[in-house]
Design a protein around this ligand. Sequence first.
Ligand code: C2E
Ligand code: MG
Ligand code: MG
Ligand code: MG
Length: 278
Amino acid sequence: EAKGQGQGRYRFYHEAQGSSRVERFTLANDLRRALEQGEFSLHYQPKIDAHTGQVCGLESLIRWQHAEYGMVSPGRFIPLAEEMGLIVPIGRWVLQEACRQMAEWQAAGMAPIRVGVNLAGPQIAHESLLEHVDQALDAAGLSPQLLDLEITESFAIRQPELTIGKLNQLRERGITLSMDDFGTGYSSLSYLKRFPIDTLKIDQSFVRDIGRDSDDEAIVRAIIVLCQSLGIKVLAEGVETDEQLQFLLRNGCSTIQGYYFSKPLPPDELFDYVMEHQ
Ligand code: C2E
Ligand code: MG
Ligand code: MG
Ligand code: MG
């Protein structure tokens, strides 16, 4: 009856609230030990040249296998790691592992392609970023030309002078730079000219509604034209359908990342995929 239902709802509400608080607390605690416990791994998603169907790059994406909760998505634990000051050691591990893996794959016969590594704001701000990058490349014996660093506009905009200085030093080494999630931050377009960016990644939120929302289509077209006139390469993220792909190709964007071609894959599956598409 009504009263029972009400009680049930009330209890459920509290359990739901409580469990998410407890879970967040547990996650935060466990995050401190996840690195030394070896619970992180990297998956890799191919970036495809849609004209040829060939793999033209990869993006490394961190995965956390939690003993109790299973796979925890980076969308949940990366912000937590940033808050807790853990993103620098975790990000450093990602750099080392991605470089090591690329060197291993090359030795196994994979053609040289670039690997993208996501950098969080605090990593860019950290005094040892360049040292960490150099060490990761040296330890793996990987050419800097095969590393692409993905940064988001929100951080870049908060500390433009610092960011531009570091980005230029990275580029002097031959490392390339991508602006991730473009269009979701608060960047003024003039920053695009000032940041030494090689590739701009159109955020998947604009790609999602291609074919349904003419405003998003207009934004995607405008970003592509902007990149063309600024001499920046452009990639579309989150491409899932043939309709999205055809729209992007018609409008001059042929570098594609998304489930349409492949989800992020564990290393052994990624190796097979690239060997079939190179
Ligand atoms: P991101 O760098 O923008 O990565 C793209 C995200 O979109 C990935 O989610 C990828 O799995 C997902 N994705 C790719 N194709 C599609 C598609 O066709 N449809 C849909 N719906 N999604 C697609 P993921 O792996 O969960 O990562 C989420 C975010 O977590 C990343 O966004 C990035 O901001 C962050 N992240 C992941 N790995 C790292 C890392 O090693 N370091 C740092 N600092 N951040 C990371
Ligand atoms: Mg990225
Ligand atoms: Mg992105
Ligand atoms: Mg994103």
